[in-house]
Each structure stands twice: as structure tokens, then as C-alpha cells.
Design a protein around this ligand. Structure first.
Ligand SMILES: Nc1ncnc2c1ncn2[C@@H]1O[C@H](COP(=O)(O)OP(=O)(O)OP(=O)(O)O)[C@@H](O)[C@H]1O
Ligand SMILES: [Mg+2]
Length: 349
């Protein structure tokens, strides 16, 4: 580019100085020295002018454009933005800026589409993998029965029970998937109401009593004097949240352990904490446990019958209440899951 602008300036300077000299030569009283001075002045003036214009106003900006395109190709958007923000408002600089913002917009769209595509692929792989297990199990039991095991009354009953259990698991998985997709698409809206979360938690404890008793886990409130706590939230969805959290406390709790629920008032909101003294979660898993299908220890969770959708549903519901689910946990010591809800004022009847 440098030699190109020099060559062009040289060509233009030579032609203009020749034209000027030829014109002066036609005049009667022009001496040789005047002609020489005219040649020198017109040549150097034109050369400098053309060279400066081409080099600093045109080619420099074109070079910037190329380096910009190069940076866009290498996705170095940040350094490039800083460079053009400092620049003046010349038409070429503006063109440069236009190209850049167009490239950034397109790149963002491409990144978003790539992310969605990866998400879709991963989701389909996860769902088919999770569906496969109970379907194959039920299919296996039914086929064994058809192959002759149906004649034996004891085996028939046992296999039918196992097939039914697999289908129950399948039905739970499909229900969870449906709820999750409805929450993500916004089809489920929260129906807030003022209710007593202390009473709601007592109902959840009652529902899960048998499961807790099997592992000799105590379900209790942190404060023995706990009384009514009113919140303004969707009671059906919060039941789902509490059931999931308490159920996890039981599933991942140690024999003879506890799950304790605590309520605390904080600036017009109620902090709800579900604590257990179970197996806990290692730091590297904490960020991912709210992802769909994520299980810390696949084999252990599988034995517990989990699909890894529980906490993903909890996270969505809590976020729909303008809150955030938080977790602190220590392996072998236990976990605390907490979130906040708006305080409710009960109707005075
Ligand atoms: N209280 C807890 N203590 C220890 N680990 C936990 C606890 N809660 C959740 N986890 C870990 O986080 C993972 C994800 O939990 P999540 O509730 O989403 O799935 P799940 O319990 O395996 O299945 P689901 O709830 O769908 O039946 C679990 O598999 C478990 O490894
Ligand atoms: Mg769970």
C-alpha cells in the first residue's frame, strides 16, 4: 500500500509538472530558469499533497479496515472497539465502525444459535438416555413373561410388579420433563397467595414420613418453638420446592440423620433454609447440581431412583418468585439449601 501511494503520487506529480511546464513554455518571455523552478515546485508540491492525502486519509483507513476485518476474524472484538472509539468521525472511520458493529451483531447471533443447537442436541441425548432405562426394563420383564414365565404364578406377580415400578419411574420422569419445559417456556405462571409456610412444611413432612422412617431420618424444624410464618407465593409450586428439597435431604442423608427446616425474617422477606447432615456435595459439583439431569454420583443417585430434574425444577420455580436458590455444602457434613420469599400478611377475618 505504501509503495502504491508513492507510485501514484509520483505519476500525478510528473504529469502535473509536465503540463505546467508545457503551458509556461508556450508563453513568450519564459526563461529556462523559470521553467526549472516551475517543474521543481509543481512536482514537489503535487507529490507531497497527493502522497499525504493518499497515505494518511485513504490508505491508512483502508489498512485499518483490513486489520479490523482480521481482528473480527480472530474474534478480538474488545481491543478493536477500543481502537475505533478513539478515532475521529471521518467517512471511512464511520464505515469501519458500521462494519464492526454489523460483524459483532452477526457474531452474537451465530454464538446464540450455536448455543441453542448444542443445548437442543444435549437435551435430546439426555432425554433419550433417561427414557431408555425404564422402557428397556419394563420391556424386558414383559417379554420374559410372554416367553413362558407367565405360567409361574410367583414369577408372574414379581415381574409384573417390577414392570409397573419401571413404568411408574417413566411416568414421573415424563411429568418432571413436562413441568420443566412448561416452566422454561413460561406456560406455567405463578399464582401468588398468602399462606402459612410452616403448615405447608408440616404437610410435606407428613407426606415423606415413611421414606424418612426407613432411613431413621428425623424431619423437624430448626427451632422447636417454630410457629406460623406467612409468605406471599404460589403454594402449589412452593410445595413442589419443599418436597424436592426435603426429599433430597432424605435421599442423600445418612441413616439416623436429620432434615431441619428453618425460617428467618430478613427485610420484608422470609429466608427458608432446608438443612441436612448427609453426604454433602463437593465444591466442584455445586455449580452444576441445578442443571437438568445432573447427578453428582450417577450410580448412587440411580440407586436412589433420581433423574436429576428435581433441583432444575426447584431453581426455575424459585426464580419465578424473583428469588435465587442458594446452597452451601461440605462433603460428609451436610448441605443447606435456601431461598427467600416475600412476606405475607394474612387476612384478618
Ligand atoms: N441434600 C443433598 N445432599 C447431597 N447431595 C445432594 C443433595 N441434594 C441434591 N444433591 C445432589 O444433586 C444431584 C441433583 O439433585 P436433583 O434433586 O436435581 O436430582 P435427583 O435427586 O438425583 O433426582 P430427582 O430429584 O429428579 O428425583 C443429586 O443427584 C445429588 O447428587
Ligand atoms: Mg432430587
Amino acid at each position: 500500500m505504501f509503495t502504491y501511494s508513492k507510485g501514484l503520487a509520483l505519476l500525478l506529480a510528473t504529469s502535473i509538472s509536465l503540463i505546467t511546464t508545457a503551458f509556461l513554455y508556450l508563453l513568450d518571455d519564459t526563461t529556462l530558469s523559470i521553467l526549472l523552478v516551475a517543474v521543481c515546485i509543481s512536482f514537489s508540491a503535487t507529490f507531497i499533497l497527493v502522497y499525504v492525502i493518499l497515505e494518511y486519509l485513504v490508505f491508512k483507513e483502508i489498512r485499518n479496515l483490513y486489520s479490523g476485518i482480521d481482528k473480527i476474524n480472530r474474534k478480538e472484538f474488545k481491543s478493536y472497539t477500543e481502537e475505533i472509539i478513539q478515532g475521529s468521525k471521518s467517512p471511512l472511520k464511520q464505515l469501519n465502525q458500521e462494519i464492526f458493529s454489523y460483524a459483532v451483531r452477526k457474531q452474537q447471533e451465530i454464538d446464540e444459535l450455536r448455543k441453542l443447537e448444542a443445548f437442543r442436541r444435549e437435551f435430546i441425548a439426555d432425554v433419550s438416555h433417561e427414557l431408555k432405562t425404564p422402557i428397556f426394563a419394563a420391556q424386558g420383564f414383559v417379554l420374559t413373561l410372554l416367553d413362558g414365565a407367565v405360567e409361574d404364578e410367583e414369577v408372574r406377580y414379581k415381574f409384573l410388579k417390577k414392570a409397573a415400578k419401571s413404568l411408574d419411574g417413566l411416568s414421573l420422569l415424563v411429568q418432571d420433563l413436562l413441568v420443566l419445559s412448561q416452566l422454561e417456556s413460561g406456560d406455567i405462571t405463578m399464582k401468588p397467595d398468602v399462606f402459612d409456610i410452616f403448615e405447608l412444611t408440616k404437610d410435606v413432612f407428613e407426606q415423606l414420613e415413611d421414606k424418612a422412617a426407613k432411613k431413621e431420618i428425623t424431619l423437624r424444624f430448626k427451632s422447636p418453638q417454630q410457629q406460623s410464618v406467612f409468605v406471599n407465593a404460589d403454594p402449589t409450586r412452593i410445595t413442589q420446592v419443599m418436597t424436592n428439597l426435603v426429599m433430597n435431604g432424605i435421599k442423600y442423608g445418612n441413616e439416623g440423620g436429620y432434615v431441619a427446616v428453618d425460617f428467618r425474617e430478613e427485610e420484608n422477606r422470609i429466608l427458608i433454609a432446608v438443612e441436612d447432615n448427609g453426604i454433602g456435595i463437593a465444591k466442584e459439583h455445586l455449580k452444576r447440581i441445578f442443571d437438568r439431569f445432573y447427578r453428582v454420583e450417577k450410580s448412587r443417585s440411580k440407586k436412589q431412583g433420581g433423574t436429576g430434574l428435581g433441583l432444575a425444577i426447584v431453581k426455575h420455580i424459585v426464580e419465578k418468585h424473583q428469588s435465587k436458590i442458594m446452597v452451601t455444602s461440605m462433603p460428609e457434613q451436610g448441605s443447606v439449601f435456601s431461598f427467600k420469599l416475600d412476606k405475607g400478611v394474612p387476612d384478618q377475618l
